[in-house]
Design a protein around this ligand. Structure first.
Ligand code: MG
Length: 289
């Protein structure tokens, strides 16, 4: 029996994807990518990052990108921030949503953020409050939830405690991220069950999977079965992680959209436009019904 209802895809290619590209994309190229995603019907985009450009040169010039992209009603544009200064920049640049990323692994957080988890959480509490006061949507992304390249498995109660702190600080969405693509479906189910118990009912759980070991879409299917209706994905499956050795891309937005559409879900985006006219194979893979 076909599934029903809407599933939201947050397109993270322009931020999470391009951040791992060796070539620096120009402002004009980044604006074109975002505008084409919007034209394809994508309603939620992680577009920019307000981090130190010395640390992440691919994400410099967030402000000119924000100033030039189209902003039709109904499209949520998100920016990543790792500290209060980043939140202030995000507010000034006019984002709709601020995303706060923290690692569940102490070693990974030190390498990624240069701070212990406790210090990052304390900083986020002020940042999330500032974003809330400015009327912006807030998402907390927890990386390395399903395994860390340095520490291995991460205790579920530890993940749940971080999620609880972020939600208590005012995060409306909590995204569980498989940064290195290590997760398997029953691990996803167990993790979602544990974390959901720690969160208030009005906090939405989302998932961010990588396809390093080709389990990304199976994990998405497991999360769907558990009621998750928010997924990060990147166009063309671009992405990786500079601090996670050998991590490959995010699950591809167009493949996730194909899977969801043919399962019966409504995803909003136009699959032909996502894939592009030259590459579209959707005529050979029609909607299943
Ligand atoms: Mg990613």
């Amino acid at each position: 029996m076909p599934a029903t209802g809407h599933v939201e895809i947050c397109e993270v290619g322009p931020r999470d994807g391009l951040q791992s590209e060796p070539r620096l994309w120009s402002v004009a190229e980044r604006v074109e990518l975002i505008d084409r995603l919007i034209a394809a019907g994508v309603k939620h985009i992680e577009a920019v990052s307000f981090v130190n450009p010395k640390r992440v040169p691919q994400m410099a010039d967030a402000e000119p990108v924000m100033a030039r992209i189209s902003r039709p009603p109904g499209v949520t544009i998100a920016g990543l921030a790792l500290n209060l200064r980043g939140v202030e920049r995000a507010i000034d640049a006019g984002v709709d949503e601020v995303r706060f990323a923290i690692a569940a692994s102490e070693t990974f957080n030190e390498k990624n953020q240069g701070a212990p988890i406790a210090a990052t959480l304390a900083g986020f509490e002020a940042g999330i409050k500032r974003a809330a006061d400015a009327g912006l949507r807030r998402a907390g992304i927890i990386s390395t939830v399903f395994g860390c390249p340095f520490e291995g498995p991460i205790a579920l109660d530890h993940v749940a405690a971080i999620a609880k702190r972020l939600a208590h600080a005012g995060a409306q969405d909590i995204i569980l991220a498989d940064t290195i693509g290590a997760a398997v479906p029953n691990q996803v189910t167990e993790t979602l069950e544990t974390v959901a118990k720690a969160l208030p009912d009005d906090v939405r759980l989302g998932c961010h999977f990588h396809n390093t070991r080709n389990t990304g879409f199976a994990n998405a299917a497991a999360a769907l079965d558990h009621g998750v209706r928010l997924f990060d994905a990147s166009i063309g499956g671009i992405g990786g992680c500079p601090f996670a050795p050998r991590a490959t891309g995010n699950i591809a937005s167009e493949d996730l959209a194909h899977m969801l559409r043919n399962m019966g879900y409504e995803v909003g985006a136009d699959l032909d436009k996502l894939i592009g006219p030259k590459n579209s194979s959707t005529r050979r893979c029609p909607a299943w019904s």
